[in-house]
Design a protein around this ligand. Structure first.
Ligand code: NAD
Length: 248
């Protein structure tokens, strides 16, 4: 197993991509800290992992609050003795409006969760990983970390920011054996897209050369690889998992 004796945090692990990442980590032998604001979904993820014979606990944390991120890392180290891997995945879509109409509160909320949340996570994960002698961080960006998308200025700005903070922290910690990468999923079938009607979803499908949306487990596969020692020379990268979206 690729993650034997490793301790991993996954944020936003009560649903969608984060839940699949938590499953993938646990299947490869990691002890997984499932974190989310949703206790119900988080506990379901933990129960599922335990049913399959894996090891996991739930710790509630709001990634947009620095203190929650600090407590999450502290409780992880207290419970499992160390921290080696983190997937900073929690995120929201935000409202859908052009920049000239986007609400200020809506902007602040998306930036707080999708961008500041990733920085706050790394801010406390990195010192813990230094104590463990190294580690791997995978930040959840999006294809919208590389290109624009109408009516999503806050989301697009946050995801571009995630790529930038990933590259910068990767440069800073490469000598100390912490690898830090970002992944860029295209549109993936998760509850994040639940609010969309069928016509809108079909419109999204048409944007992907493969003619379909992605599945959360297809993103988890890439996250798992980047988190494992198989990716030992890979840091500071941004990896699309997008059915060809960005190649157009
Ligand atoms: P999802 O809605 O299924 O899951 C997101 C999880 O994050 C939920 O469990 C939610 O409770 C949690 N969350 C929300 N705000 C939080 C907060 N402040 N603190 C802690 N947890 C919080 O969505 P998903 O599609 O699995 O999205 C996961 C990540 O993948 C997000 O960062 C999203 O931007 C990114 N992403 C999604 C898609 C897509 O099309 N679904 C595409 C590219 C990137």
């Amino acid at each position: 197993k690729d993650l034997e004796n490793k301790v991993a945090i996954v944020t936003g692990a009560a649903s969608g991509i984060g839940r699949e990442v938590a499953f993938a980590y646990a299947t490869e032998g990691a002890s997984v800290v499932v974190s989310d604001i949703s206790e119900k979904g988080g506990n379901e993820t933990v129960d599922q992992i335990k049913k399959e014979g894996g090891e996991a606990i739930f710790i509630k944390a709001d990634t947009s609050k620095a203190a929650d991120n600090e407590a999450l890392v502290k409780q992880t180290v207290e419970h499992y003795g160390a921290l080696h891997i983190a997937c900073n995945n929690a995120g929201i879509g935000g409202e859908s409006l052009p920049a000239g109409e986007y609400s200020i509160e809506g902007w602040d909320k998306v930036i707080a969760i999708n961008l500041s949340g990733v920085f706050y996570g790394m801010r406390y994960q990195i010192p813990a990983m230094l104590s463990a002698g190294g580690g791997a961080i995978v930040n959840m960006a999006s294809i919208l970390g590389a290109v624009g998308f109408r009516h999503a200025c806050a989301y697009v700005a946050a995801k571009h920011g995630v790529v930038g903070v990933t590259q910068t922290a990767a440069l800073e910690y490469a000598p100390q054996k912490i690898r830090i990468n970002a992944v860029g999923p295209a549109f993936i079938s998760t509850p994040l897209l639940q609010h969309m009607d069928e016509e809108a979803l079909n419109g999204l499908v048409a944007l992907h050369p493969m003619g379909r949306l992605g599945k959360p487990e297809e993103v988890a596969e890439l996250v798992l690889w980047l988190s494992s020692d198989k990716a030992s020379f890979v840091t500071g990268g941004y990896y699309p998992v997008d059915g060809g979206y960005l190649a157009q």
